[in-house]
Write a protein that binds this ligand. Structure first.
Ligand SMILES: Cc1cc2nc3c(=O)[nH]c(=O)nc-3n(C[C@H](O)[C@H](O)[C@H](O)COP(=O)(O)O)c2cc1C
Length: 211
């Protein structure tokens, strides 16, 4: 089948893209508003984009049911300029999912999920204590594209539980971290436990020898 996305509704683009750009890492973002009120929500339109400087990108769709107002995360980041990406692993997956519930404003999703927080090093929003790694970010820029906000964040400090770092690199012990990925919507995720395959890069010399 072929789909012409210039002629399709955005809901079709969503279904195709989340199914095909997968698995995606999940950023559980903590942010605060201008009064210091804490917010946490997961986003899988997320990846790192470059390292010099270290930039990550997140796509946040405005809320259609609220006349396309930005979600709390996007609004907080625009107003306070800081946020934390908490890495989502198997052990905190169910709690992460609770943070995506549309609770009324007076209810704190961090408490509802059973998460606790600890202070970050370089930014005001705290990180989730139960997350084994967190990227502390300052807003680099926010682009408004159609009904979404594309947020670029500069990673200014990184927390990783010592258990998951090989200081020689430093390398992340990704086989032990058990990060999860989001698949085609519909509540589908993948585990990375016992799922690694190793495909070493091939130099031109090696390629020539074998062909
Ligand atoms: C695993 C997962 C990934 C999500 N990814 C995105 C995303 O990339 N962009 C988006 O706009 N919403 C995404 N959502 C929905 C938001 O988490 C949800 O709308 C949340 O309530 C927003 O909260 P906020 O208003 O506190 O920012 C995702 C939900 C889940 C469960």
């Amino acid at each position: 089948m072929q789909f012409n996305l210039e002629a399709e509704r955005s809901s079709v683009a969503y279904k195709l893209l989340v199914g095909l750009v997968a698995p995606r890492p999940i950023a559980l973002i903590t942010s605060i508003d201008e009064n210091g009120k804490l917010n946490a929500a997961p986003f899988s339109a997320y990846n790192y984009l470059c390292v010099d400087p270290p930039i990550i990108g997140i796509g946040v769709t405005n809320r259609p049911e609220a006349k396309y107002l930005p979600k709390d995360t996007a609004r907080n980041i625009r107003r306070t300029g800081e946020f934390v990406v908490n890495v989502v692993t198997e052990d905190i997956a169910q709690k992460m999912n609770v943070c995506a519930i549309d609770f009324p404003p007076e209810i704190n999703e961090v408490d509802m999920a059973g998460f606790t927080t600890v202070s970050s090093q370089a930014v005001k929003p705290p990180r989730i204590a139960e997350a084994h790694a967190a990227l502390e970010c300052r807003e680099f820029t926010t682009m408004e594209i159609g009904r979404s906000r594309i947020i670029l964040g500069q990673v200014v400090s990184v927390y990783v539980d010592d258990r998951f770092v090989d200081p020689a690199g430093p390398y992340i012990k990704a086989e032990e971290l058990h990060a999860i990925g989001r698949m085609n919507g519909l509540g589908n995720y993948v585990k990375t436990r016992d799922a690694f395959i190793n495909i070493p890069r091939i130099s031109f010399d090696e390629w020539e020898k074998n062909h």
